[in-house]
Ligand binder design. Structure first.
Ligand SMILES: Nc1ncnc2c1ncn2[C@@H]1O[C@H](COP(=O)(O)OS(=O)(=O)O)[C@@H](OP(=O)(O)O)[C@H]1O
Ligand SMILES: Nc1ncnc2c1ncn2[C@@H]1O[C@H](COP(=O)(O)OP(=O)(O)O)[C@@H](O)[C@H]1O
Length: 652
């Protein structure tokens, strides 16, 4: 037991077949030593396969990964020594190495770090290099899987031969298909525990093929496996003479997951426009799909303007051809107006352009998704404003059942309609992952809140056009001798919004202006009578009234909006509908204690008594403005004086 650690390591390194395919130079760097980039560079000539593993530790996932890493000699001496010592201590494998301990140990380490949900491991054989995303199977599975799977070309789905397909297998496979992974290696593990019974294997493989067909997963390779004992892991096992397929590693080394270049049109999302002097104008980015040659006909999207490729410029000189994954700068035969975020595409196989889509969405934030709220959407190199216009249904990832939903919680998956503030170039995710997948970003916290994939563009997007009108806003404003405005009063219930807005309205009227008050209480009796006070209903309430206010300013009016409008995000959304200077946010600043003391309508008393749920300031939040044009302190000044301040501001 007290043997030198070195001796143990040597013993492990000479273990039978496991090192057969690993050449000494394929030994990998320790994280502390060479960089991963350095390692990958060293193995540059080999193709790279990115894959994920799905399944719980019980299915043997950790053993599978641990053993693969060991057998391809990724393990480092100190790790091996520690592993061997641990294995003896735990005694789970009768003195043999327990590979699960290795991965679990790493997982525990990883969980101490706060931000890393997915561990990426790098390893290589003589034939190929690999990046495996190991997604822990705890309750944040969906988000972790999505993170790990977003760049993976293949998923290893583990099934315990004794148990067959479980709910979890269906759940993982659903997410795999959602993320556009077309290749699954079904590892039917623990075959030793069912006596390497061919019938068991065939039954499970058959059931899985049926599931895969339903989910649209095109390629399934099933392998009867004992990860623990290394049967059919790196080499074919004598225990399964009835099995004629590849071992797990053989399949990983040989599977072809690339789509032919001809299948995919050329796509270059433009990262930046390189214009060092008057004579050179190049469009730089990493090719997302397809190949390009000088002379090729291209189309710039979303503009639709055409030209030909003149040169393909790189740091190492001009190229005659370039393909997916290469960073290049293109020059064109014509002066096209192309900016960052545009896409240069093959003219004969162009991408599509639209501003409304049907999408799959995976919500990854603790704050729920609220339809109508505005988020940033990043797709390719483009960032635009976006909102979910409708949750068609959410999906129970265990059963694939479609459920009704008004909002989405952390880790929920849904099929939604999404709308952008401008058209973008895109492709269906199944055709092109780069131009078909996006993330949503919270506009305040800048956190990534969702990952999504584009299914198709909504036809209505292309069929609704702006109808030009001859009498425009400027003409209407001139005839009314005023500048149209949207004056947006926000504050707690009872803060004084209605009182002040009413006084402002009266005074504007007296001065001969054309104004109108939109009050929450009133609008909720008509247009918004279907809405209550949940967060999602308030978002929709504000979205609608902002649109109405916009129409009213288009009609040349000074609109006074008096809604609690408790969320910053929706007030910003409202502001963005208007021209610069047209939107005036007025914070009616009354502390909760004072609003409650006034309790004009007796609502606070009821809310405190638990008779009104979601009451603003009590059990529903109010987010005070950070940069309102006007802040009115109702403790310091009376309503008349505050109304005058608004009038003075408008006059200026
Ligand atoms: N749960 C709850 N929370 C807040 N307010 C409530 C609630 N239930 C009813 N009311 C009454 O509805 C008025 C607020 O409606 P708004 O449309 O302005 O609200 S919001 O902007 O959608 O948050 C508000 O009117 P004001 O007092 O004029 O603000 C209340 O009288
Ligand atoms: N300085 C002030 N400004 C506005 N309202 C005030 C002020 N001081 C007292 N109040 C009283 O507070 C109440 C505000 O009610 P209201 O205008 O209906 O608020 P809100 O529309 O924000 O719910 C009214 O009864 C009003 O007379």
């Amino acid at each position: 037991m007290e043997q030198a650690e070195r001796g143990d390591v040597d013993a492990i390194e000479t273990m039978g077949s496991v090192v057969a395919f690993a050449s000494p130079e394929s030994r990998l760097p320790s994280p502390a030593g060479d960089s991963i980039a350095g390692y990958l560079q060293q193995h540059e000539h080999k193709s790279l396969l990115r894959f994920i593993t799905c399944g719980s530790v019980d299915d043997g996932k950790s053993t599978l990964i641990g053993r693969l890493l060991h057998d391809t000699r990724l393990l480092f001496d100190d790790q091996l020594a520690a592993l061997d010592a641990d294995s003896r201590r735990h005694g789970t494998q009768n003195g043999e190495i327990d590979f699960a301990l290795l991965v679990d140990g790493l997982a525990a380490e990883r969980e101490q770090g706060i931000t890393i949900d997915v561990a990426y491991r790098f390893f290589g054989t003589e034939k190929r290099k690999f990046i495996v995303a190991d997604c822990p199977g705890h309750e944040q599975y969906t988000r972790n899987m999505a993170t790990g799977a977003s760049t993976a070309a293949l998923a290893v789905v583990l099934v315990d031969a004794r148990k067959g397909l479980l709910t979890q297998t269906r759940r993982h496979s659903y997410i795999v298909s959602l993320l556009g992974i077309r290749h699954v290696l079904l590892a039917v593990n623990k075959m030793d525990l069912v006596g390497f019974d061919q019938a068991v294997f065939e039954r499970i493989a058959g059931e899985y093929r049926e599931l895969a067909a339903q989910l649209g997963i095109e390629h399934v390779t099933a392998v009867p496996l004992s990860a623990l004992h290394g049967h059919n892991l790196t080499e074919r096992s004598a225990q399964t003479p009835w099995y004629h397929g590849p071992s797990v590693l053989e399949h990983l080394e040989s599977v072809d997951t690339e789509r032919s270049a001809a299948e995919l049109g050329f796509r270059l999302p433009v990262q930046w426009v390189n214009r060092p002097n008057q004579d050179f104008r190049g469009f730089a980015g990493t090719i997302a799909a397809g190949t390009v040659r000088p002379g090729d006909e291209i189309v710039a999207l979303p503009s639709g303007r055409r030209s030909q490729v003149q040169r393909i410029v790189t740091a190492d000189g001009d190229l005659e051809v370039a393909g997916a994954g290469q960073a290049v700068t293109l020059t064109l035969a014509d002066e096209l107006d192309i900016s960052r975020g545009d896409v240069i595409a093959n003219a004969a196989q162009s991408a599509q352009v639209a501003d409304q889509f049907a999408v799959h969405l995976l919500w990854m934030d603790t704050q729920p998704l609220l339809p109508g709220r505005s988020y940033w959407l990043k797709i390719g190199a483009r960032t635009v404003s976006a909102s979910i216009t409708e949750i068609k249904h959410k999906v129970d990832v265990n059963s694939q059942a479609q459920l009704a939903a008004k909002h989405l919680e952390l880790n929920e998956v849904a099929y939604c309609n999404l709308s952008l503030d401008q058209p973008i170039a895109f492709e269906a995710y199944l055709d092109n992952r780069e131009l078909g997948s996006f993330i949503l970003i919270d506009r305040q916290s800048h956190a990534t809140v969702a990952a999504g994939t584009v299914d198709f563009a909504l036809r209505r997007a292309g069929n609704i056009h702006w109808q030009p009108v001859d009498v425009d806003k400027a003409a209407r404003a001139r005839s009314k001798h005023q500048k149209p405005r949207c004056v947006w009063f926000t504050g707690l219930s009872g803060s004084g919004k209605s009182t002040i807005a009413n006084l402002v309205d009266k005074q504007l009227h007296a001065l001969g202006h054309h104004s109108f008050v939109l009050d929450g209480d009133n609008v909720r009796h008509g247009l918004n009578k279907d809405l209550g006070f949940t967060d999602e209903d308030r978002v929709e309430n504000i979205r609608r009234v902002a649109e109405v206010a916009k129409l009213m300013t288009d009609a040349g009016l000074i609109v006074l909006v008096s809604f609690i409008s408790p969320f910053r995000a929706e007030r910003r959304l409202a502001r963005e509908l208007f021209e610069d200077g047209e939107f005036v946010e007025v914070f009616v600043d009354t502390p909760l204690a004072e609003a409650e003391r006034r309790d004009v309508k007796g609502l606070y008393a009821k809310a405190r008594a638990g008779k009104i749920p979601n009451f603003t300031g009590i059990d529903s939040p109010y987010e005070a403005p950070e940069a309102a044009e006007l802040q009115l302190d109702t403790l310091e000044h009376d309503a008349q004086a505050l109304a005058q301040r608004v009038i003075d501001y408008l006059r200026d």
